[in-house]
Write a protein that binds this ligand. Sequence first.
Ligand code: SF4
Ligand code: SF4
Length: 451
Amino acid sequence: MGPATDKEFVPSRYVSLSHQADGALVLHCARTGAIGTVEGELAADARRALLPDTVSRRDDSPVVSDLIDGGFLVPRGVDERALVTHQYAGRYVDNSLHLIVMPTEQCNFRCVYCYEEFKRPRMKPEVVEGIKNLVDGDDDLDFLALSWFGGEPLLASDIVLDVTGHLRRSCEAKGAGFTALATTNGSLLTPAYADQVIPAGLSQFQITLDGLAHEHDARRVGALGETAFHTIWRNLLYLRSTDHDFTVMIRHNFDPESHARFPDFLAELEREFGADERFSMELSAIGKWGGPNDDNLHVFEGRDASRAVLHNKWLALKAGFPDAISQQKMQPNGAVCYAANPHSFVVGPNGDLHKCTVELDYHDRNIVGSIHRDGSLTLGWQKMALWCETDGSSWDAPTKCTTCYFNPSCHGAVCPKEWMDEPECACPNAKQSIGETLTLIREESLYSRIR
Ligand code: SF4
Ligand code: SF4
């Protein structure tokens, strides 16, 4: 290979392509996160420029110039792997913080696929104080992402309200960005509480509905056997009726049986929420997630799961629920689990710090430290490294990730837990069905233009 020059460009090793039925080409570059569509005759120019070993110059054609700007073509001789390694190492030096806070491990539901053990009650007051002091005392903080998790976090609704408001004000005072999300079953997000907590700063909700009443209530069973679908639905309708600035991501978990009834459920969602852009959907195939009921679950296996998810995403898109998640996952580091982020911690009710929200305290390796009343953290860096240094792209001991075109988005860290426990970590859905994913993203952009 000749010397590096900014005049000659060759195809990036991190490009994926999807050939469309109308002749268009959808492109993704995992190193830059660029996604684009080339249509008509220009698609042939793009295909030629992206053939292996092709050398192009910026003034060859307008499409070549665009491909250079998007990172699909790179200067000849550039070490792209070094750029990607450098980008990934940047996680250690940014000044953001991601706190996944469990104000209680208790839950008022007993979902059939749940893996939690509901051991601890309300968060201790000294832990609440520690979280506030941690953020108040961090003068360099640029961005705080707060995620409420449980158990059911709204069983400790007073803690959620108090801490959200405090941290939002603290971030505002120091000029740091702030977002707050709650993963909640939605049964306790009453109109009165929503009117308090949304203005306090909790504006993003992920609420699970596993189908219409009969289906949902059979899978997401109340702790005392009670049903909750109609309560959750009423709470959602109230949110829709307000002017509050919020988003609700309706998460739908499905198995092979409920998959067949998804269109009926979707029709009802479309009727009530399809025209309101504050509501979106996340679709997930139920898996054996480690709960006591796993052996009784009938689940999609392997690629059938990602195919079923994509199929339902198409239907959801047509019903007015675009899929924001797929595009996020295609960004640099976008498919990397938060457990691999050195600035991300799960704070348990007793002040233990974890990395993985599935493993919690079931395995000693996931208890990586603790938070103290004054906001200081004690961390075990060897355990932290187990989670944060999951990078499958080593050239010393090559794996399937080493030469993967999707590596800058994933780094083999889509699930560090699986990486440690299994011989090989499964690739993210977006990569497993890359052609369909890119087609879906193209459809979404067309859809949002005409909506
Ligand atoms: S897990 Fe799959 S998608 Fe991720 S880097 Fe490895 S081979 Fe690529
Ligand atoms: S490490 Fe795996 S199981 Fe744990 S939170 Fe991340 S994706 Fe989930």
